[in-house]
Structure formats: structure tokens, C-alpha cells
Design a protein around this ligand. Structure first.
Ligand SMILES: [Cu+2]
Ligand SMILES: [Zn+2]
Length: 183
């Protein structure tokens, strides 16, 4: 009896350890590592595109954004916001920048930054932008998970310093971050 109890206790501890840090997912035990957000324009805008998120190791994301409908040659702030709620026509329902560790606003390379601070997209003369970015301190569904939150694009550039959100102006597109189909 005692041996069985010990085996049970040990396997419970192993299970709990394996499920720590939000890593335990469905019955297969897998947490998704690939996510996608399909952008939809906010009211009065015409932005479209996709943003793909690929988890690299324990605390890094590779982000690939392909966006159209931006102002020609403009810079546009690009952040993860706290909520995956696109219900408001101006996307204010998405809340503020995703900031689970209580830092100040910054840019993707700043020492002090929100987890969701991804800097700016640079549009070309046709209003199209493509960005590949490696961001630290965020994952798809491990530490500081972006899954179920939203990606927002703003009308203006993020100055990477003004608190709390880089003086980036209105929200021109939003995409809710969901599980991506396996490539
Ligand atoms: Cu934003
Ligand atoms: Zn921020």
C-alpha cells in the first residue's frame, strides 16, 4: 500500500512540474508554438494582412508581419495589446499594451519595455510593409503568452519612449492571435 502511495505522490509531482509555466495544453500535452493573427481594419481604415508568431525556445518569438493599406512611406507602431477583444470599432476594447511584468514602455531593443512592444512597421511607397522581428520575453503559450491577445497597428510611429504607449495615435488595425494550423 505504502509503495503505491509513494508512486502516486511521485507521479503527481512529475505531472505538476511538467504542467508548470502554462505549458500544459490539450490531452496530447502539447502547448502550441505557432500562432497567427489576421488583421482587420478599424472603422474608416483599410489595413489588411497577417502576422505570424513562431516560438523559439523558452522566451523568444520570431514574428513575421505582412501588411497592406498603410500610409505611403509611413511608420506605424506595432504592439501586442492585452485583450483579444476586437469588438469596438476603434479597437479600444483590446486594452493597453501587453505588460505582464509591469515595465515602462519602450522599443523592441530597449532594456525596459512592455512584453508587447514590437516597435514600428515601415511602409513602402505602396503602403505595404514586411517585418521580421525577434522579440525577447514573450512566447506563444509559455512565459508571457501572446495567444488569445491581439496585435494592433497604429496610425502614427511609436517614438519608443513616451509613456505609456509611444504617442502612436489611433488604432488602424487589429488581429486576434490564435493557434496556427501546422505548416
Ligand atoms: Cu498599440
Ligand atoms: Zn508599450
Amino acid at each position: 500500500m505504502r509503495a503505491i502511495a509513494i508512486v502516486c505522490l511521485v507521479s503527481t509531482i512529475i505531472l505538476l512540474t511538467a504542467c508548470g509555466g502554462g505549458r500544459c495544453g490539450d490531452a496530447k500535452g502539447a502547448c502550441p508554438t505557432e500562432a497567427i493573427a489576421v488583421l482587420q481594419p478599424t472603422k474608416g481604415n483599410a489595413v489588411a494582412g497577417t502576422v505570424r508568431f513562431s516560438q523559439q525556445g523558452d522566451d523568444t518569438l520570431l514574428i513575421v508581419a505582412e501588411v497592406s493599406g498603410l500610409s505611403a512611406n509611413g511608420q506605424h507602431a506595432f504592439h501586442v495589446h492585452e485583450f483579444g477583444d476586437a469588438s469596438a470599432p476603434d479597437a479600444e476594447s483590446a486594452g493597453g499594451h501587453y505588460n505582464p511584468e509591469g515595465h515602462a514602455h519602450g522599443g523592441p531593443d530597449s532594456e525596459e519595455r512592455h512584453a508587447g512592444d514590437f516597435g514600428n512597421l515601415q511602409a513602402d511607397a505602396q503602403g505595404k510593409a514586411r517585418l521580421e522581428l525577434t522579440a525577447r520575453g514573450v512566447t506563444v503559450c509559455g512565459r508571457n503568452p501572446v495567444l488569445g491577445r491581439s496585435i494592433i497597428i497604429h496610425a502614427k510611429a511609436d517614438d519608443l519612449s513616451t509613456q505609456p504607449s509611444g504617442n502612436a495615435g489611433p488604432r488602424i488595425a487589429i488581429g486576434v492571435i490564435g493557434v496556427a494550423k501546422a505548416p
